[in-house]
Design a protein around this ligand. Structure first.
Ligand SMILES: [Zn+2]
Length: 111
């Protein structure tokens, strides 16, 4: 599918023609420029990856919740240690995901 970018705000529209007005900034149709095929397929590809990254991020959020419950439960030191380790790893992975997504945005691999 063709993609169009608002030259005013960067909003990306999927469709055969650009929208009447930009849904984000209200700019008229003529402010939209068609995104070249190579960049367009990169955007499509990146959407999938970015979606997976976000799904992964929310799963890690769930892991942190469970780990925190485990820490509070505090049955014995070995358990607490394991839950703390999970908490630390999940937090580090989340920070890595945020950094990766930031790179995608800065390189224009997001739209
Ligand atoms: Zn716009």
């Amino acid at each position: 599918m063709k993609k169009w970018r608002c030259q005013v705000c960067g909003y990306v529209h999927d469709g055969d023609t650009p929208p009447e007005n930009c849904p984000k900034c209200g700019a008229p149709q003529e402010k939209f420029a068609e995104i070249p095929e190579a960049e367009s397929s990169l955007i499509t590809r990146s959407r999938i990856t970015n979606q997976l990254q976000m799904e992964f991020y929310s799963l890690l959020e769930r892991i942190k919740e469970v780990a925190e419950m485990g820490v509070e439960d505090a049955l014995d030191p070995a358990c607490v240690s394991l839950f703390n380790q999970a908490l630390k790893s999940a937090t580090e992975l989340q920070q890595s995901i945020k950094a990766e997504i930031a790179v995608h945005i800065s390189k224009g691999k997001w739209g």
